[in-house]
Every structure is written in structure tokens, then in C-alpha cells.
Write a protein that binds this ligand. Structure first.
Ligand code: GLN
Length: 281
């Protein structure tokens, strides 16, 4: 079978099991089988796969059909135009989280030396995207999970950012050595009862407790003293959480200006707050 035939059989098999992006996923799995780039795949379209390569490819397709995400099978995921290593210790970065990155870049690009904290960094996608777009920024990236921080460390090395991104293990803002100008975070916010048993992603990275808001609430209570007066807090939220998060923030920081931003599907996805320039802590 040629690469072209293999790709199209893969696509048909994935499509018939209702996998969302069958062409893209078939391509990623075939490239993973052969360890080749996209360009190489297209150049070698008419080459024959060996029997062994064919077996490997169908093995990967089978894992996908059993529900394992392609990002875990391939060990990679693109986010904000960058390639990240991924394994089951970390959440797979979602495109909607790019909103958080975009907004932070817009706010921080006018700062001379912005100091930014990414809380619950996982694979490091937010911290690393910010560091690459904001070359004068100093970034702290925290996570409670040591195995997640190993993935973030590999990604910092891959992107040449080991000195500008400091990885710190601990509970949310606690490990920060000094107050920062920006706190950016995509914490777990899925309601515990909505997390399915056959989920491949780490429950720790998804579980927001009974109402989905426990981690966000804990973070907001830690902000005083860790965010400089006039600093920004940017939080990704789940569908329908904007009212609760906005009212929590306005009760903690009555002088803060608070904004809710929808994602591309029109779902309110981010709450951002700028603290008053006069300390409320
Ligand atoms: N967006 C993810 C989901 O809906 C959840 C990410 C999170 O909890 N931060 O599966």
C-alpha cells in the first residue's frame, strides 16, 4: 500500500467512527508511524509502506478508535502556531486558550519589563507562547504536578527558554518569589460530575470540584499581595461561569475593572480584571 492509499484508508476508518478531523488525524498518525514531516509525507506520497510500517500505522489508528487523543499518541500538539510535547500528565492545549495568550500579549507589549505568572502551566503552552512573543518578559510558570512540570521543562528546552521561564512547583501563587504584573491561568474548571471515566486527560487538570469553580476561587483568594497594584488577572473559564467569577472578583477587589471576553464560538471564555493602581490588598 502507498502512503497516499494508507492516508485515505486511515481517513475513512476514522471518519466512519465519527472522529472529528479524520483527514488531519490520519495524516498525524501516518507521520508518527514514519517519523516524517508534512512536506516529506507529500513528497513520498507514492512510496510503498513496508508490512511493518503498515502494522504500526493500524496499531495507532486502533488506539485512536479506542478514544485515545491523537496528541497523546503522537506526543505533540500545536498551540499558537508552536509545537509542544504532550503526554498524559498534562491537559492537551485547546485552541480557545489562545484567547488568553492573545489578550495578555496585547496588554503586556507596552510594558518595559513585564513579569508574568502562568498558574497551572501544564505543558507550558501559555508561558512559552507568551515568552516567545514578549521577548523582554520574565515568566514564572507554576504547577502542583511534578510530572506536568517535566513536560513543561522539555518544552522550555525545545523552545530555548530555560532562562526566561522559571518553572516552580507548588500550590497556585504560593511559589511566586515576588509580586507580578500579570497572572494568567487556565485552571481546572470542569464540574466533577461532568468528568467521564473514560477520559484520557489527567483528572487533576480538569476537576473544578462540585461547581467547577473551586480552583478559580482558591486562586482569586491568593491574588492579594501577589499581583502588583494596577496588575492584570486573566482567567479562562467554563461555559456559564462568567457571572460567578465576575462577582467573586468584584467582591474581593471592589475597585478592579472587570471584563468578560467570548471565544470564537461566542462562549464567554475569559474573565480579566485590572486591579486598581491603589493597593487593595
Ligand atoms: N476546556 C477543557 C474542557 O472543556 C477544560 C479545561 C480546563 O478545565 N481548564 O475539556
Amino acid at each position: 500500500m502507498t502512503l497516499r492509499e494508507c492516508l485515505s484508508y486511515g481517513r475513512e476508518t476514522l471518519a466512519s467512527s465519527n472522529i472529528e478531523y479524520p483527514s488531519l488525524e490520519s495524516e498525524l498518525l501516518l507521520r508518527q508511524t514514519l517519523i516524517i514531516s508534512r512536506v516529506q509525507l507529500y513528497l513520498d506520497f507514492d512510496l510503498e509502506l513496508s508490512h511493518e510500517q503498515g502494522e504500526t500505522f493500524w496499531g495507532l489508528v486502533k488506539r485512536r478508535l479506542e478514544g485515545e487523543p491523537t496528541a497523546y499518541i503522537s506526543g505533540h500538539r500545536e498551540f499558537y502556531g508552536l509545537d509542544f510535547y504532550i503526554n498524559p500528565s498534562v491537559l492537551i492545549p485547546r485552541p480557545e486558550t489562545e484567547l488568553l495568550v492573545e489578550k495578555t500579549i496585547n496588554l503586556a507589549k507596552g510594558c518595559i519589563l513585564p513579569v508574568i505568572a502562568d498558574i497551572g502551566t501544564g505543558c507550558g503552552a501559555i508561558a512559552i507562547s507568551l515568552a516567545l512573543k514578549l521577548p523582554r518578559a520574565k515568566i514564572y510558570a507554576t504547577d502542583i504536578s511534578a510530572s506536568a512540570l517535566e513536560v513543561a521543562r522539555a518544552n522550555c528546552l525545545k523552545h530555548g527558554l530555560t532562562s526566561r521561564v522559571s518553572l516552580l512547583q507548588g500550590n497556585m501563587l504560593e511559589p511566586l518569589p515576588r509580586p507580578v504584573d500579570f497572572i494568567v491561568s487556565n485552571l481546572p474548571y470542569v464540574k466533577e460530575e461532568e468528568i467521564s471515566d473514560d477520559n484520557f486527560e489527567p483528572v487533576l487538570a480538569l476537576n473544578g470540584g462540585g461547581d467547577g469553580l473551586e480552583p478559580i476561587r482558591r486562586l482569586c483568594h491568593q491574588v492579594g499581595g501577589k499581583l502588583r497594584p494596577g496588575g492584570y488577572l486573566l482567567l479562562e473559564i467554563g461555559q456559564g461561569q462568567q457571572a460567578a467569577v465576575t462577582s467573586l472578583l468584584s467582591s474581593l477587589f471592589p475597585l478592579a475593572e472587570i471584563e468578560v471576553t467570548p471565544d470564537l464560538s461566542g462562549i464567554d471564555r475569559m474573565v480579566s480584571a485590572v486591579l486598581s493602581p491603589i493597593s487593595e490588598a
